[in-house]
Each structure stands twice: as structure tokens, then as C-alpha cells.
Design a protein. Structure first.
Length: 58
């Protein structure tokens, strides 16, 4: 997954229930990034690592 730094610009998570697609919508650049199941696991794992570090486990 490509990394871009947009500073404080929030992404909006959008779900297409019919086509079972999830994407991140950057309203500033008018860009949508499709999130696959594999990507979602990587994102979830990243947040688990942040939480573990915050709790002093890393």
C-alpha cells in the first residue's frame, strides 16, 4: 500500500455494500484508495502495535 503524508487531512471511510468494497476518501485531493482485506489486516496490526507500544509492551 502506498504511503502519502497529507498532514492533518482526515480520510473518510466509505463502504459500498453492493459491491463489497471499502475505500478511503481524501476529499482534499479528490482521491479514493481502495482497501483490500489484506490491507485492512495490515492496518489493524499497525494499530495493535501502536497500542502495545503505548502500554509499554514494546
Amino acid at each position: 500500500m502506498e504511503t502519502k503524508d497529507y498532514g492533518e487531512i482526515p480520510y473518510i471511510i466509505e463502504i459500498d455494500w453492493i459491491n463489497e468494497t471499502v475505500w478511503l476518501n481524501n476529499h482534499v485531493d479528490k482521491e479514493k484508495i481502495v482497501v483490500t482485506e489484506k490491507d485492512s489486516k495490515s492496518i489493524e496490526n499497525a494499530f495493535k502495535l501502536i497500542k502495545a507500544k503505548r502500554n509499554g509492551l514494546l
